[in-house]
Design a protein around this ligand. Structure first.
Ligand code: HEM
Ligand code: HEM
Length: 249
C-alpha cells in the first residue's frame, strides 16, 4: 500500500469487524544474536551512563584513605569494563549485519535513496504527532525508527567508542594499541585532551535523548501500532493485529 492510498485504506481499516479479526500470522525477524546483543548493549550503556556521569561530576570525597575504599577507582573500572563490552558487542553486531537476515542490516543501511522511504517516514512523523489516524504496518523497523537508530545510535556509539578509547589510551600510554589506534589522532583532531572529554561527555546526553525517545516509542507502538513490538525483542517473532499486507514484506 502506498501512502497516497492511505485514506482509502484507513476507511477500510477502521471498520468494526477488522478489530474483531484474529490473526495468527507471525514473521521471525530478530535472530537470537541480535536480541542477545540488544539486551547486553542496554546493560552496558546503563552502566556507562551512570559511571560516566559520576566521572564527569564526581560525588563529594568520602572520608579516610582513598586507597582503603578505592571508590572512584571502582567507578572508573566499571566504566572501562562496560566500555569494552560495548565495543566488542558493537563489533559483533557489525559482523552480524553481514551474516544475519535482512532485518539485521536495517539500522546500518537506511534506504535513503528510495522516495517511498521518505514518504513513509513523513507518514510515521504524522502518526507520532497524532495527526495520522492509522500507522503503516511493518515487519521490520519503521522508516523513522530506522533513521533515528542509524543517526543517533550507530553514529553515536561509534563516536563514544572512538573518543572513549582515545581517552583510555592516555592512561595506557604511548605504544599501547589504544594510544596508537585512537589517542594518537583523535586528541590532536579535537585539539587537546580536555576537548575530547567535553565531546565524550556531550555524547552521553545524545545517548540519553536517544534512550528516552526509543523507550517512549517502543512503549507507545507496543500499545498503538499494528504489530507486536516489545515481545518481538524477546522472542524474535513479529505478530500482527490485522491481516493486511505489510509495507516491507
Ligand atoms: C555509551 C557510551 C559511553 C558513555 C555514555 C560514556 C560517558 C562518559 C562520560 C560522561 C565521561 C566523563 C567525561 C568528562 O566529563 O570528563 C566519560 C569518561 C571516560 N570514558 Fe566514557 N562513555 C561511554 C563509552 C566509553 C567507552 C567505549 C570507553 C572506552 C574504554 C570509554 C572510556 C572513558 C574514559 C577513559 C573516560 C575518562 C575517565 C577519566 O578521566 O577518569 N567510555 N565517559
Ligand atoms: C540503553 C538503552 C537502549 C538502547 C541503546 C537500545 C537500542 C536499540 C537498538 C539499536 C535497536 C535496534 C535493534 C537492531 O535492529 O539491531 C533496538 C530495538 C528495540 N528496542 Fe531498544 N535500546 C535500549 C533500551 C530498550 C529498552 C529499555 C526497551 C524496552 C522497554 C527496548 C525495546 C526495544 C524494542 C522493542 C526494539 C525493537 C523495535 C522494533 O521492533 O522496531 N530497548 N533498541
Amino acid at each position: 500500500m502506498s501512502v497516497e492510498s492511505l485514506d482509502d485504506h484507513e476507511r477500510r481499516e477502521v471498520g468494526a469487524d477488522d478489530h474483531a479479526t484474529h490473526v495468527e500470522q507471525a514473521v521471525y525477524i530478530y535472530q537470537a544474536p541480535v536480541r542477545l546483543w540488544h539486551w547486553v548493549n542496554v546493560c552496558s550503556i546503563l552502566v556507562l551512563g551512570v559511571t560516566g556521569y559520576l566521572i564527569g561530576s564526581p560525588l563529594p570525597s568520602i572520608g579516610g584513605e582513598a586507597y582503603d575504599s578505592f571508590f572512584f577507582g571502582w567507578i572508573r573500572y566499571l566504566h572501562f569494563v562496560a566500555g569494552y563490552i560495548l565495543a566488542v558487542g558493537f563489533l559483533f553486531r557489525v559482523y552480524w549485519a553481514f551474516v544475519g537476515n535482512k532485518h539485521a542490516r536495517q539500522i546500518f543501511m537506511p534506504p535513503v535513496w528510495r522516495v517511498s522511504f521518505w514518504k513513509e517516514l513523513g507518514h510515521e512523523l504524522s502518526w507520532y504527532a497524532m495527526i495520522a489516524r492509522q500507522p503503516l504496518k511493518y515487519a521490520g523497523h519503521n522508516p523513522l525508527a530506522t533513521l533515528v537508530m542509524h543517526v543517533m545510535f550507530i553514529w553515536g556509539i561509534v563516536f563514544m567508542i572512538v573518543t572513549g578509547f582515545a581517552l583510555y589510551g592516555e592512561g595506557t600510554g604511548m605504544g599501547s594499541w589504544q594510544h596508537t589506534f585512537f589517542s594518537s589522532w583523535v586528541i590532536p583532531l579535537f585539539g587537546q585532551s580536555q576537548d575530547v572529554h567535553t565531546w565524550h561527555h556531550l555524547g552521553l546526553w545524545v545517548i540519553v535523548c536517544f534512550v528516552i525517545v526509543h523507550v517512549y516509542a517502543a512503549t507507545r507502538e507496543d500499545i498503538m501500532s499494528r504489530q507486536s513490538i516489545m515481545s518481538s525483542m524477546f522472542s524474535g517473532w513479529r505478530t500482527f493485529r490485522d491481516n493486511k499486507p505489510a509495507e516491507d514484506e
